[in-house]
Design a protein around this ligand. Sequence first.
Ligand code: ASP
Length: 351
Amino acid sequence: MKKLLFSLALIISCIACNNNPKNEAKVDQPTREKKSEQNEPTFGIVIHGGAGTILKENMTPEKEEAYKTKLKEAIAVGHEILKNGGTSLEAVQKTINVLENSPLFNAGKGAVFTNAGTNELDASIMDGSNLNAGAVAGVTVVKNPINLAMEVMLNSPHVLLSGKGAEQFAKERNLEIVESQYFYTEDRFKALEQVKEKEKSTASFYDPTIKDSKYGTVGCVALDKNGNLAAGTSTGGMTNKKWNRIGDSPIIGAGTYANNATCAVSSTGWGEYFIRGMVAHDISAMMEYKEVSLKEATDQVIQKKLTELGGTGGIIAIDYRGNVSMEFNTPGMYRAAMNAEGELTIGIYKE
Ligand code: ASP
């Protein structure tokens, strides 16, 4: 009888397991080098604040300083979490929160405007230890979309929620809800008016030469002391987007990807090309199947594949050993990286 009950329990748990799409097996982790003789495991974090036509001649020293200060503030938050043994997921989420709460970036508070004069936000997050992921698209009242993406990953059976349903889920999970007015910023609204004006004479819905028209999406990738990788991306999308357009940022494999066996990637740029090129996953796949280095994989995917497709933008990535790549084919990308020793690399333009 006991035996029968045990077999029954085993069968039921197997069925439950197969019915849950979020029940991923752990990813095999390659062995990592130790940071020092004290056998301290290494860790690291990288962030971006968008790629595009960011030119020194269009920048004032004050504006440049403001961006750098915010990037430093954000990366310090994630670095502290990792240094204290926190998870890469938490580091990614909390770091992105700082950038989402700043009007400087096209995510959260500083989101760009749609053609209808509204703000529709997208975000995604991925856990490299089990390939679990969560994403949201087209949310209009959620203060920090990356927190909602995290909730989708951890507390729903789904990966991607959109629009009103995603907002209902945010309310059920007690996330912070704001009036849609919260996302109004004058610079972004002016950019919409300019793009609309330009649109009358060009066929494109977006003009990369217009200041503030697009760039400013934020992303973060991190490796924690346990060897777990995580990646996250949050954005307002592209100025003047229509018809509930969704970009690459909430698309797992395009805007965000993480796998402990390879690397964690967050993308920024003209989203349609990143979706068509499956950019973030492609980098991971090159490492996995061709066994090339992170540097080689990111260079190949951004400078060759994406560029030949006609796409513009860049990525930040970190691999399971803590190697970092910040690759872009635009004049600039707001970016910063910090290693386990606390050494900071920060940049805006192509050096
Ligand atoms: N990739 C984002 C999108 O297409 C925009 C950006 O990164 O600048 O929605």
